[in-house]
Design a protein around this ligand. Structure first.
Ligand code: GLY
Length: 342
């Protein structure tokens, strides 16, 4: 049954009709929603020699994601497209450019979530897949579960004809350099992250012209991580969350800290209490610093198209597009903008 309402209400309501539970789709009145996309390239102490390429990378990804929305595409398609662009860019820790684990191997995590119905696909510890976000979407749409890990995930990828690539194709000189440095000094992951010398994660959030939100996050994790370690990225509510009732979030930073405070869901919880996206983000990030001494960043878009990009690390490359205006930044407080022509 399709019931059209013009109320501010959850998109998907459940009505108990006695013998069975009937799902009734409730369409929220869409008050002139403008499509928005926001992307990030990871919160960390980005060195000066990667600053320009990081900014260029997020600008390109935001423009590509926005062109999906501008051509009538949905939020899920837009975040998948934007994150793929970031995975393909060796500057970022995801897909090509992913960091190496303690044995010098590449193990990748990713998640994608659809705010219309809370559908989610997540993959962890996968190998030889250049675009984990695309695979996460396949899990969301084709698997009988929400998350697949390790060998089982790779087996499912083969049955779905997901292209496998040699590990060498994903490994960059920078990833090897970082790995050798950390091997030499044998620093712990916590120690490394607190020094913020840690490459980290990409993500995107979007709202389309129907008012539907979505998010996606993808990562190689943390350099020198234990074999089999899974960070926050593919954990629902930690690395990402999307719900048309409130908005969408993608996070980045120290995975163990993010998981402890379920950072993405915490931001939406703050917004549900009436906070603006910026206050909700800042309060959640402050909570993570104060409670577990963890640093990171996040991007979020609300159900009305308000967005923000916030971080507690030295830098985070981010970019957004709304009303054909591209905004981007890297340093705290930095907001640059330009008009784009699609
Ligand atoms: N934020 C990515 C990770 O900790 O794995």
């Amino acid at each position: 049954m399709l019931v059209l309402k013009t109320l501010e209400a959850p998109f998907l309501q459940t009505q108990n009709t006695g013998a069975c539970v009937e799902h009734t789709i409730v369409q929220i009145q869409k008050m002139d929603i403008k499509p928005v996309i926001v992307v990030h390239g990871g919160a960390w102490a980005i060195p000066d020699d990667l600053a320009e390429s990081s900014k260029d990378g997020v600008r390109y990804a935001a423009k590509r994601g926005f062109s999906v929305l501008a051509n009538g595409g949905g939020a899920v398609q837009a975040v998948e497209c934007a994150v793929q662009m970031l995975e393909n860019n060796p500057v970022f820790d995801a897909g090509h450019g992913a960091v190496l684990n303690a044995e010098g191997d590449v193990e990748l995590d990713a998640i994608i979530m659809d705010g219309r119905n809370l559908a989610v696909g997540a993959v962890s510890c996968i190998k030889n897949i250049a675009n984990p976000v695309m695979f996460a979407r396949t899990v969301m749409e084709k698997a009988s579960c929400s998350m697949l890990t390790g060998a089982g995930a790779n087996k499912f990828a083969e049955t779905m004809n997901i292209k496998l690539v040699p590990k060498e194709e994903l490994v960059t000189e920078l990833a090897i350099k970082e790995w050798e440095q950390y091997q030499k000094y044998k620093q712990s992951v916590t120690c490394l992250f607190n020094s913020e010398q840690m490459h980290d994660t990409v993500g995107a959030v979007a709202i389309d012209n129907e008012g539907n939100v979505a998010c996606a996050t993808s990562t190689g994790g943390i350099t020198n991580k234990m074999v089999g370690r899974v960070g926050d990225c593919p954990i629902i509510g930690s690395g990402a969350y999307a719900d048309n009732f409130t908005g969408a979030v993608s996070t980045t930073g120290h995975g163990e800290s993010i998981m402890k405070v379920t950072l993405a869901r915490l931001v939406l919880f703050n917004m549900e209490k009436g906070e603006t996206p910026q206050d909700a983000a800042d309060h959640a990030l402050d909570y993570m610093v104060n409670k577990v001494n963890g640093r990171g960043g996040l991007i979020t878009v609300s159900k009305t198209g308000e967005w923000t990009a916030r971080f507690t690390t030295k830098r985070m490359a981010w970019a957004s597009v709304k009303n054909n205006v591209l905004m981007y930044g890297l340093n705290p407080g930095e907001i640059l903008n330009e008009v784009i022509h699609l």
